[in-house]
Design a protein around this ligand. Structure first.
Ligand code: SAM
Length: 247
């Protein structure tokens, strides 16, 4: 069934007016007509079966009929990635949404050599990926900030998996992987994964990151991966080691 992310509140008989683009997609691409059903979610009120109540010139009106799944969220995982070429950033955002990141934070580092970032496009990519994956929220995509600024304002209790191509600890061991993770164990921790720019982190940045008490420098193997590959590999390892891939 078609899944659509909406922003309006969802409750029994609530009516929802999707955006014009979404309305066109439903009627002109997916050929929905009045009375047809689809699934809607807004990241707060769970997933609802909704029906097309009206098809108007200015867009469709949907009505929420039945709660299908109460709201849940994946593990508290953030992806922090140095801004790289536009196409790779778009791939990274899509994969982060698919692999369960709750938030993507773009950073500018000493060696960042980046294209101009269009956040509205990245939000649309994240939304489409979330609709496709079955998750009931859409990851937030933050405006780029300097890495130092982000580290200065670090959230207490959040752990950092720092992907270090100059040599870190084997990832699974560093994440404290155990075949039967306890609910109380790592799974409850809030984690962020950090991926550097194509040019890598500068020696000063590497030094600062390795000295951080909440950071664990990890290796993603002996080969140097492109930033998008490294992001996918790191999120995969994290989900397998301490995320929700055992449930
Ligand atoms: N310029 C670097 C070099 O040539 O050594 C490569 C940077 S790599 C393209 C971009 C980022 O991906 C790195 O900063 C790191 O965060 C991550 N990465 C790539 N390969 C990795 C590996 N084998 N182990 C850990 N992190 C890796």
């Amino acid at each position: 069934m078609i899944r659509l992310h909406v922003t309006q509140p969802l409750a029994a008989t609530a009516t929802v007016a999707p955006t014009l683009d979404q309305s066109r997609y439903l009627t002109q691409v997916m050929r929905l007509k009045a009375g047809d059903d689809l699934l809607v979610f807004n990241g707060r009120d769970g997933e609802w079966r909704a029906s097309v109540a009206e098809v108007l010139k200015k867009g469709v009106i949907l009505r929420a009929e039945e709660l299908v799944r109460p709201q849940t969220y994946g593990p508290d995982l953030e992806l922090i990635v140095a801004v790289v070429k536009k196409a790779r950033v778009e791939t990274i955002v899509e994969k982060a949404a698919e692999l369960g990141a709750r938030r993507v934070r773009l950073v500018l580092t000493k060696r960042t050599n980046a294209d101009r970032i269009r956040l509205d496009r990245l939000d649309a990519i994240a939304e489409e990926a979330a609709e496709q994956t079955g998750r009931m929220d859409v990851p937030a995509i933050d405006d780029p900030v300097r890495l130092d600024t982000l580290l200065d304002g670090w959230e207490a209790g959040r752990r950092l998996m720092f992907c270090d191509e100059t040599g870190g600890a084997p990832a699974m061991a560093a994440l404290g992987y155990s075949p039967s993770p306890t609910e109380e164990g790592e799974a409850r921790a809030k984690w962020s994964i950090l991926i550097g720019p194509e040019g890598g982190f500068s020696p000063e940045e590497g030094e600062r990151l390795r000295a951080l008490p909440f950071a664990t420098a990890v290796s993603l193997g002996p080969r140097i991966l492109r930033a998008d590959t490294a992001a996918i590999a790191a999120m995969t390892l994290w989900q397998a080691a301490v995320g929700d891939w055992d449930r």
